[in-house]
Design a protein around this ligand. Structure first.
Ligand SMILES: [Fe+2]
Length: 291
């Protein structure tokens, strides 16, 4: 079973713009550069976000962490029995700085790297170049990602039945009159959702990734940095109906968005009940150009 989203890799066309955005806007700390990939940290882990130059401005891989070698072997066996091709790759594990991993592909073609044993850099503590006080990670992992899927039934089978995610809730989205779809939210640890799936055709697989700042003031200061550089928001400050996070969204240099927030509630599986919502936000989150 998956413990957390450990890292993501994004193929980018403009590494200079991304480096400025990652460090100065959202406050990530540069990590090591490995094989031309630019890596960034948001906690004690050696890296959490990799930018791959020359990419298609979309997610290139998602790294999911399991607890240890027994869990890695068990998950690989479970996937293999279900007919999912799994490839062990020692060289890739070394490049990622993890003890061991295998790769597989989700039903929509995204490469997943299932690993254990991430490198930590506690001897060089996380310091945000933009002054973010910290990010909520630990057993909740890097953050969350929201992906488009062409086949929600196949994606559900893969993520829920094989990888062990659990349904948190769904939101019936109504982006325009006469148009609606259900956004499904999945968790694998106390973070309300590590993955959400949108069953809609989209130009990019990745709609956004989310970073959860340690304090509410971190969100306010991030808003001020965007304002000072005339960087437009794609969604104004608001609080989500399901995870209760207060956040805003802005566009990354790759076109997909980043959600920057604070204050999400956590899931306790012993008492959690699945809910449905008809709106994504309690208040705010007004989309740019639409109110
Ligand atoms: Fe989000």
């Amino acid at each position: 079973m998956i413990s957390s989203l450990g890292y993501i890799g994004v193929g980018v066309s403009d590494t200079a713009a991304w480096t400025t955005f990652a460090t100065q806007m959202i406050g990530l700390m540069p990590g090591e550069k490995v094989d031309g990939e630019l890596r960034f940290r948001n906690d004690q882990q050696a890296w959490r976000l990799a930018l791959i130059p020359g990419g298609k401005d979309d997610i290139a891989f998602a790294g999911y962490e399991v607890a240890g070698p027994a869990e890695l072997a068990a998950l690989r066996e479970r996937l293999a029995v279900a007919g999912i091709a799994c490839v062990a790759d020692k060289a890739l594990a070394a490049r990622r700085g993890v003890l061991d991993l295998f790769t597989c592909v989700d039903p929509d073609g995204l490469t997943l790297e299932i690993y254990y044993g991430a490198s930590e850099r506690t001897e060089a503590p996380f310091r945000s170049p933009a002054g973010v006080s910290g990010f909520v990670t630990g057993d909740q992992g890097f953050g969350h990602i929201v992906l488009a899927t062409r086949d929600i039934a196949a994606a559900r089978r893969f993520y829920l039945e094989l990888l062990g995610f659990r349904l948190s809730d769904i939101i019936r989205m109504q982006p325009a009159p006469g148009m609606s779809f259900e956004l499904e939210f999945f968790h694998c640890n106390p973070r309300h959702h590590t993955l959400a799936l949108a069953p809609v055709p989209a130009p990019k697989r990745l709609h956004h990734f989310m970073l959860q700042a340690a304090s509410f003031d971190d969100v306010g200061f991030a808003l001020e940095r965007l304002e000072a550089t005339n960087t437009p928001l794609t969604s104004s400050l608001g609080r989500h109906t399901n995870d209760h996070m207060v956040s805003f969204y802005c566009r990354t240099p790759s076109g997909f968005e980043v959600e920057f927030g604070h204050g999400a509630r956590v899931v306790d599986d012993t008492i959690w009940r699945v809910a449905r919502h008809d709106a994504p936000s309690i208040w705010g989150h007004h989309r740019a150009g639409r109110h």
